[in-house]
Structures are given as structure tokens and as C-alpha cells.
Ligand binder design. Sequence first.
Ligand code: AP5
Ligand code: MG
Length: 218
Amino acid sequence: MRCIVLFVMFCLLSCAVFADEERPADDGKEGSELRLVIMGPPGAGKGTQAEKISKQYGIAHISTGAILRAEVAKGSKLGHQVEETMKKGELVTDDTVLRLVEERLRDPDCRDGFILDGFPRTIAQAEGLEKILERQHRGPVSVIDLVVPDEALSKRLLARGRADDTEETIKNRIRVYHENTAPLIAYYKKRGQLIRVNGDQPIADVFSTIMSELTPPE
Ligand code: AP5
Ligand code: MG
């Protein structure tokens, strides 16, 4: 009799483990992760807001710009490859950033969710992200788009003074944004994934607007 009880318990346990492996992360049950993207032109406040959102929800903040700058600072092979491109304010290749993001999303700190800052930046990257999420059995992202007029951007960036915050490079980064990244607004709007937020207000107000958009009213 004891053997039968033990056998039944073993079967039930195996089924539970197997079912857990097969279950996609986004099953709407307790513990499901928060998957966010924050987009907007250079200087829109993506990094500033992503940091606050990541702290608020305890999710990973993934900035492709910061990852690439760290590679440049380390003097790695990748750093050497991307240094000139970043200095000019051009885009690093889609394959490079997609590889970095896929790897980073597997890290344990992304288990409860993540906010991607500065990625995707092209339609190809957005399509690549969808495939990555499918491969990782994760659901789609919600996309926060920070809306700030061009005139306010250069003023903010010149005051900050990062290596790529020179007048010429800022101009190019804004041009590259309009040409390659702005089409993502329509892309995500069409899919019902877009949350547009006025980024041209004090930092605390932008944050509370984002919070009110992310938290559904009771
Ligand atoms: P990345 O690092 O992503 O730079 P960016 O998009 O140009 O944006 P910034 O980081 O300059 O601005 P932000 O929107 O984060 O604003 P922040 O919060 O810092 O990319 C750099 C480069 O890496 C690219 O040019 C490219 O070469 C490469 N790269 C990165 N990702 C890539 C990808 N996916 N594909 C290909 N290439 C890629 O704020 C800016 C300033 O404004 C701060 O001083 C802040 O304090 C201030 N500020 C913020 N909010 C406000 C506010 N509401 N009011 C007043 N001031 C504010
Ligand atoms: Mg940034």
C-alpha cells in the first residue's frame, strides 16, 4: 500500500514539474513578469525614467547604450568595433544589439521583468525582439513613448555633456532617430502596445504620468 501511495505521489510531482516547464511565463497568473520598452528621441529622459521604473517595480533596467559604452570603456573587441559609430551618433548594427539583448534577457535579474531603454531602435530590431521573446516563451512588451520636442532635447544634452553630446553629434542622433526609430511609433500603435507620455514636463511629473498609465484604475 505504501508503495502505491509513493508511486502516485511521484507521478503527481513529475506532472507538476513538467507542466511548469511547458507553461509560458505570460500566463496571467501570479508572479507574471512586467515587460516594458521605453522609447523616445535622444535626451527624452529614457534613462532617467527607466531607472525610476526599474526601482519601483524591482525589474531589470537594460540600456543598450550603457552596455555598449561599457564595452568601449573596457576596450573590448566589440567596444573597438562600435566606438566610431557611437561617436558619430549612428546606429550600431541590428545583429549586434539583438545578440546583446537576447543574452541579457536570460540573466536571472530579468525573471520578474525588464525595461528596455534605447532598444528597439529600428523595425528590424522590433521584429527581432518579438522572435527573442517567443524563443524565451515570453509575451509581448508594452511600449512607453516619451514625447519631447526637438528644441528641448539639444538643450538637455548639451547641459549633460556625455562623450556623444556635442552639437554636431546631437544633430545627427536626432536625425537618425526621426529616420530609423520614429517609425516604431506607428508599428507599436497598430499592435495596441503603445503608451504615449508627455516627456516635456518636470522629471517627477513624467514619472507620475507613467505610473498612472501603467497602473489600471481600481
Ligand atoms: P543611448 O545611450 O540610448 O542614447 P540616446 O538614445 O541618444 O539617448 P540618451 O541616453 O542621450 O538620452 P535619454 O533619453 O536616455 O535621456 P536621459 O534620461 O539621459 O545610445 C547611444 C548610442 O549607442 C546611439 O547613438 C547608438 O550609436 C548606440 N545604440 C544604443 N542602442 C542602440 C540600438 N538599439 N541600436 C543601435 N545602436 C544603438 O536625459 C538626458 C538629460 O536630460 C539628463 O541630463 C537628464 O538629467 C535630463 N532630463 C531627463 N528628463 C528630463 C526632464 N523631464 N526635464 C528636464 N531634464 C531632463
Ligand atoms: Mg539614455
